[in-house]
Design a protein. Structure first.
Length: 472
């Protein structure tokens, strides 16, 4: 069967397509670098990039790869972006606060493994300052928009990561997730987000090791689940240098498998399934349930109370105090230039005592215990990635409340040690996308990837905003 030649303007950047063309000699990393830099230039000032490496530098790196010859690594010659709280040697790290920018000389295990794979880092992308937020507007670099409508938020805090992938500017993006930052931008931009078990990918590449070390994890945005898994597999593994890395990381098998002919999937029961008046989002999730039933699934309404209570503790409880360990000195030094909403949130850390912290830890242990019967009864839990989507103006008018509403299906995940795969679910009549997330207990990353991959394939949706079909 004849296939159309790869177009520099619109050709897909998914790993399967690029790998096939590289192996056949029909395309080179240098040609892809030129194409993506031209695409970036055509988009203009979209507030995606905080730092973009010079084109000449990337062309030189691509030429070096070509001179050495291709390898079997699926990331060889693949262009990617990096959320600007992760260190890349020679590129400035700002955490979306330019006054505290620095240029690292080294990085941690995960980013080093990407460099060794032959992947090509284009630069650093925008984010909610210090990773605080699910909205993408708390940044001095300008707010990204959903690739489907400039008035609507891209999601955050990994805003530039989501847009750079969905717009066809890179194949994948490295990001982070404490409250949902590796999932919300996937939903709002029609791409996938791999949120691994905390401890699978070491945070030693994150600026300062991260500001919510006990809960956050590095994540991957990509066009397909298979792509996200390929990147996660390369980045993951036990890192003896990082105190929150876990030896179990070396035992994780990320192989995507076919789903069983019959399976049981949980959904929030009763009044826990909330969309804050967004009937179109509710219809899309009902469609997701119907799709899973057609795939052989049996819906099980679960008691969502333990998950709901846990999610409220992330920002409405003493866990915000953990950020103070890393952020107090920064707040003291840069108070006058920190985003006002970010500052307001960080300053609540002093509201809690050591007793509050231990009480919350004990409560989460009890809530995790209370979910064991649920997990024993289902194969996977399925939730809307977000209950709705908001305009930028709405977020600016009510930043704390609406951000909290966006996190009702995301905030509990890391506190409970779960793994997740966020995938596209479809489009509303107004052209805006929504997503769903598959969740499972720790170290069942291959399971959520398998469900995510099968569901995404069943939707038949194209990739991001590129219009390109999913690869076979």
């Amino acid at each position: 069967m004849m296939t159309s030649p790869w177009s520099p303007e619109t050709g897909s950047l998914d790993l399967q397509t690029l790998g096939r063309l590289y192996r056949s000699g029909a395309l080179t990393p240098s040609a892809v670098v030129d194409a993506v830099y031209d695409r970036i230039a055509r988009r203009g000032d979209d507030h995606v990039w905080i730092y973009l490496a010079p084109r000449a530098q990337l062309l030189s790196e691509a030429a070096a790869l070509e001179a050495a010859g291709p390898t079997d690594d699926p990331l060889w010659g693949i262009p990617y972006s990096v959320k600007d709280c992760n260190d890349v040697p020679g590129m400035p790290t700002t955490n979306a606060l330019p006054e505290m920018a620095y240029v690292p000389e080294t990085t941690g295990q995960a980013m080093q493994r990407l460099a060794e794979s032959g992947a090509l880092c284009l630069g650093k992308v925008n984010m909610d300052q210090f990773g605080v937020g699910l909205v993408g507007v708390r940044t001095p670099y300008g707010a990204c928009s959903s690739v489907f409508h400039e008035d609507f938020i891209s999601g955050g805090s990994s805003s530039g990561s989501g847009v750079s992938v969905a717009a066809g500017l890179c194949s994948f993006s490295v990001a982070n997730d404490a409250a949902g930052s590796g999932r919300v931008p996937a939903a709002f931009n029609n791409i996938v987000g791999l949120k691994p078990t905390p401890g699978f990918i070491s945070n030693s590449s994150v600026s300062g090791g991260g500001s919510l070390k006990s809960a956050e994890t590095m994540t991957v945005f990509a066009l397909t689940t298979a792509d996200a898994v390929a990147v996660g597999r390369r980045m993951g593994g036990y890192d003896v240098s990082y105190e929150f890395s876990k030896p179990e990381a070396n035992t994780v098998d990320l192989t995507i498998s076919a789903l069983p002919a019959r399976f049981r999937f949980g959904v929030p029961g009763g009044s826990a399934l909330r969309f804050f008046g967004d009937d179109e989002a509710a219809k899309l999730f009902a469609g997701a349930i119907a799709r899973l039933e057609a795939m052989g699934g049996t819906r099980v309404e679960v008691d969502f109370t333990p998950f709901e209570e846990t999610q409220k503790l992330l920002y409405g409880g003493p866990f915000i105090a953990e950020r103070a360990i890393a952020m107090d000195a920064v707040v003291e030094k840069y108070r006058d230039v920190i985003h006002p909403v970010t500052l307001q949130i960080l300053e609540t850390s002093s509201d809690y005592s050591a007793k509050d912290v231990f009480a919350a830890m004990h409560r989460i242990a009890a809530l995790k215990r209370d979910t064991r019967a649920t997990w024993a009864d289902i194969d996977v839990l399925v939730v809307p990635t977000t209950p709705t989507i908001y305009r930028k103006t709405e977020i600016l008018a009510d930043p704390i409340k609406l951000n909290a509403q966006l996190g009702i299906y995301t905030n509990f995940v890391n506190l409970m040690g779960l793994c997740g795969m966020a995938v596209p679910n479809g489009f509303r009549p107004d052209g805006l996308p929504q997503g769903v997330t598959f969740l499972a207990p720790s170290w069942q990353d291959a399971k959520v990837a398998s469900y995510g991959a099968a569901f995404h394939k069943a939707t038949g949706l194209t990739l991001g905003a590129t219009g390109n079909p999913q690869p076979d």
